[in-house]
Write a protein that binds this ligand. Sequence first.
Ligand code: GLV
Ligand code: MN
Ligand code: MN
Length: 406
Amino acid sequence: MQDPLENAIDRIEILSRISDSKKYLVRTFLSPSNLLAAKEICGWMKDLGMQVSHSADGTVRGILEGSDPKAKPLLLGSHIDTVIDAGKYDGPLGVVSALAALETLKQENVILPFPVHVLAFSDEEGVRFQTTYLGSRTITGPLDSTTLAMRDAAGITIAAAIEDHGWDEGATNIRYAKGQCRGYVELHIEQGRILEEADEACCVVSAIAGQSRLNIKLNGRTDHAGTTPMPMRRDALTGAAECILAAEALARSSPPLVITVGKIQIHPGASNSVPQSATFTVDLRHPEDPARQQALGKLRESFSEIANKRSLRFDWESIQENNAISCDRELTNLLLDSLAATTGSQRVLTSGAGHDGVAVSKICPIAMLFIRCREGLSHHPNEYASPEDIATGISVITHFLKSLKP
Ligand code: GLV
Ligand code: MN
Ligand code: MN
C-alpha cells in the first residue's frame, strides 16, 4: 500500500485536474466534473475496503466498519465542489486526509470500536445556486420545496438539476437521523493567516460565523447614452455602485463584520445604453447573530435610501440565513488533546468561512481541525498547504480516532 500522505497529495493533484473549465479549476454542484470527482473518490474508498454508496445529488459515502457494527458511526469528510478559479485544497483536503487517516490505521492494524463514515459532499460553496451546503444538507433530510425551486443562471431548478443531471444509477438516500452519529469531524485549510503568523501547523475550531446571502435588484430605465442628460437618468448600475460602496463602508466601520459583493449582472449591458437593471449578490458575515441581524437592517435602510434618491425600484431577496454554530465542547477538547499530543499547540480559532459542519450540526455534534495555508490564500488558484502540514493534520486526526472510547 502506498504511503497515506503520498496518496493524499496525489489525490489532491488528481482532483485539481477534474474541472469544468480548461482555464481554471471550477466544479460546481452536479456539473460533469463534480460527478467525475465523486466517482474517482468512490474508487479510492473501495480500494480501502469501504462499503461505498452515493446519492442522486452526487454526495459520496464510504463506510469502514469497526469491531462493533452497532456502535454509533463517526462522520469525517468535507466538500468536493469548488468556487470559480479555485484552489485545490478547499474541501478536497478534508476528504483525502480522512482516507489517509484510515489508511494509517489499517497499516497499523488498528480496528476502531465504531464505524467511520467518510463523506464527500457535492456542494458546500453554493456557487451554482447561490444557496450553500446542498450536499451536506441532504444527509440531514430532504431539501425543502423553496430550496428545490431555486434556479441557477440558466434557469434550471435544483429539483431539475438533481432529476435530470444527477447521479441516478445505483443512487441511495444518504441520510442520518438526529442522534444517530457520535459526531462529524472535518479537516480544512484555515483560509486565513493566523497559523502562518504563529508559525503553527494546525489548530482546532471553536465556532463558525453566521452568514447571510442576498440577491439585490435595482431597476431604473434604459436610455440613450448620448442624448440623455445626466440629471434625467435612472441608471441602475451607478445606483448599484453607490450601494456596494455603502456596504463596504458599513463593514469597514463595524469589525469583525465582513460584506462582499461577488457577482453583478446588468441589463442590457451595452456601452451606449444607460443600464436598466443591476442585480448583485451580497454575502454578509459576523460571528455574533444579533450583530449580523443589526447589520442587515442598516444595509437594507441604506440601499432603500439610495434607490429612492435615484428613483430606482429596489428588491431585496434573502437567499439564505445561517446562524453562527458552536463546535461541540467534548469532541473539540478531544481534538485539542490530539493536537497537543501531536504538535504541542493548543490553539483554538473561530472560522469566518462557512463549512459543511454548519449543516451537519443539525444531526450531531461537530468539531474541526484547521491546517495552515500559505499567505492565508483561499478561493484563489495559488492556495497551498505544505505536505508537512498535511502530514501533521493527518496525524492529529489519526490520534483523535484512536483516542475515542467505544
Ligand atoms: C465557503 O468557503 C464560504 O465560506 O463561503
Ligand atoms: Mn470555500
Ligand atoms: Mn471549504
